[in-house]
Design a protein around this ligand. Structure first.
Ligand SMILES: [Zn+2]
Length: 309
């Protein structure tokens, strides 16, 4: 396990960009093309960076930190953020959601989707399949719709997953009685013949994680969902905030200055045991948690057990 520290340049944006471009020549591996500055905590390179900034009188500050672990270290941590590839062409998610329930308020051009509900099964087009075992079908991010292959569903069921339901997907071009297309109508023959299933996470965390001080930039005037914000720290749970289930989601933050706020995304969590199982069985579709800085597996921070700061 290592800690990756994210640094910022404390100057006006124009000046900060110019400084970052110069710094990048000296620290090409540590400063990304998008200007993110990150170093492994305690490393020689971090020391060189701090020394250089001091000599050149560049004002830098620590913005935050991330924990990074290798594949073999996964089971040392209790929970991970579930981060999967998206398949844009594959599913018809929009037909499954009742948009008339959306809040519809919003800031500028943003249409507030809070409140929408999935009422029908997801329709997929097998011809466009990228043959992933787990994927998200984009359309709205709240909530996500995870699709799993039959082989992954069977594996998960054999290992006693909790906090989720498997709902068979419908196939594009096939005719189904209206009743069968409804989300929660069970049909034995569909369940037996489907190649893909929606992994519907049914559990929500007990309490939202703390993010410290929040600077709210935009929130929906109607339902108060915060659309744009800056948070002080990564989300940190206490162990009692989390359920013992394999899967759970959250869509709120607990803040030190604005109480509990609603966020426009639903963030999924998976137990390390099951993430390990998915990777061990070479299931396709898990993607890196963060690209910039590069963090392969998103460790859920738990106070007293695992935190970055
Ligand atoms: Zn709203």
């Amino acid at each position: 396990m290592k800690k990756i520290v994210d640094y910022g340049i404390d100057e006006k944006p124009d000046k900060a960009i110019k400084i970052t471009i110069k710094l990048r020549k000296l620290f090409p591996k540590e400063i990304s093309e998008f200007g993110a500055i990150y170093f492994e905590e305690g490393s020689e390179r971090e020391k060189e960076f701090i020394d250089h900034a001091r000599k050149k009188r560049i004002k830098i500050s620590r913005r935050g930190a991330f924990i990074s672990c290798t594949r073999s270290e996964i089971t040392r941590f209790p929970f991970f953020y579930l981060s999967v590839k998206a398949d844009r062409d594959y599913g018809q998610k929009e037909k499954a959601f009742d948009m008339s329930l959306a809040c519809g308020g919003g800031v500028d051009e943003i249409f507030c989707e809070t409140g929408i509900k999935q009422t029908k099964k997801i329709i997929i087009d097998p011809k466009k399949s990228k043959k992933l075992d787990i994927m998200d079908v984009p359309f709205t991010s709240n909530p996500p719709a995870f699709i799993v292959s039959k082989r992954l569903k069977d594996l998960l069921e054999a290992h006693g997953v909790t906090g989720c339901k498997f709902i068979p997907c419908l196939e594009l071009g096939k005719d189904y009685p209206e009743e069968i297309t409804l989300l929660h109508t069970h049909d034995e023959s569909l369940a037996e013949t489907a190649d893909y299933f929606q992994l519907l996470i049914t559990e929500t965390v007990i309490n939202p994680p703390s993010v410290g001080y929040v600077k709210i930039k935009d929130s929906c005037p109607k339902c108060k969902t915060v659309q744009n914000m800056e948070i002080e720290t990564n989300p940190v749970f206490t162990i009692d905030d989390l359920r013992k289930t394999v899967f759970q989601v959250f869509n709120q933050y607990s803040t030190s200055n604005s109480g509990i706020i609603r966020i426009p995304v639903e963030i999924p969590i998976v137990s390390s045991r099951i993430l390990d199982l998915i990777l061990e069985n070479k299931m396709k579709g898990i993607r890196e948690y963060l690209g910039d800085p590069p963090i392969q597996y998103g460790i859920v921070e738990i106070r007293g057990i695992v935190t970055a700061d």
